[in-house]
Design a protein around this ligand. Structure first.
Ligand code: ADP
Ligand code: MG
Length: 204
């Protein structure tokens, strides 16, 4: 086995609190791990930009959208994720291929095939923190903060996205009740991460 860092992913519907938790996790981890790298998907690269633009200018056909997500992720893996992991870094990601399975699954693609297509090239995460929250709550959070542009989907589609997230089977998924306060959500996520770090540090 090659020396490898740790890959930790935060997933959940728009407004579930991913960015909020990620900031707190990054701050916590930098005290415990020599190198912490944070990133997000879609990326700021050319494919990621096209995906973001399409959320505003009009959604692309499903196959085209799926293809862009895969291209964006390949580039992300090649340029950032894989090199960081081989340096031994702790990589924290805001969304990964579980989001593709859930969102493009909600548009009609088969979630299991999406996972399989990604697992063929993308490093498997050591921990997936799935922030679960009813979309009615998350959309209200976004609305009350004057957002809206953040939401890739409407309520009905997000309900479908949420059920697919909950149906995904992966040994690294840990479910977190994201209706709780940001403090409690972060504490639960930190505890899952801490358990993972302890396991790693003990054999280092
Ligand atoms: P995401 O990155 O999943 O879209 P954010 O972290 O941006 O979600 O949070 C969306 C909004 O909800 C922000 O305004 C944030 O301050 C707020 N928020 C985040 N977590 C919680 C929480 N646990 N309870 C209430 N509001 C929250
Ligand atoms: Mg966010």
């Amino acid at each position: 086995m090659e020396t490898r860092g740790l890959l930790v992913v935060v997933e959940g519907v728009d407004g579930a609190g991913k960015s909020t938790v990620l900031k707190r996790l990054a701050a916590h981890c930098s005290q415990n791990w020599p190198e912490v790298v944070t990133s997000r998907e879609p990326t700021t690269g050319p494919h990621g930009r096209r995906i973001r633009e399409s959320a505003v200018s009009g959604r692309l056909p499903l196959e085209e959208e799926l293809d862009l997500f895969l291209r964006d992720r390949r580039e992300h893996v090649d340029t950032l994720i894989a090199p960081a992991l081989s340096r031994g870094a702790l990589v924290l990601l805001d969304r990964y291929y579980f989001s593709t399975a859930a969102y493009q699954g909600a548009r009609g693609a088969d979630p299991r095939s999406i996972l399989a297509a990604n697992e063929a090239f993308a490093p498997a995460p050591d921990l997936v923190l799935l922030l679960d929250c009813p979309p009615a709550v998350t959309l209200e959070r976004i609305r009350s903060r004057g957002g809206g542009a953040d939401a890739f989907e409407g309520l009905e589609a997000l309900e479908a996205v949420r059920s697919i997230f909950l149906s995904l089977e992966h040994p690294s998924i840990r479910l977190v009740d994201a209706t709780q306060s940001p403090e409690v959500v972060s504490e639960e996520c930190t505890a899952f991460l801490e358990a993972l770090l302890q396991g790693r540090l003990s054999w280092r």
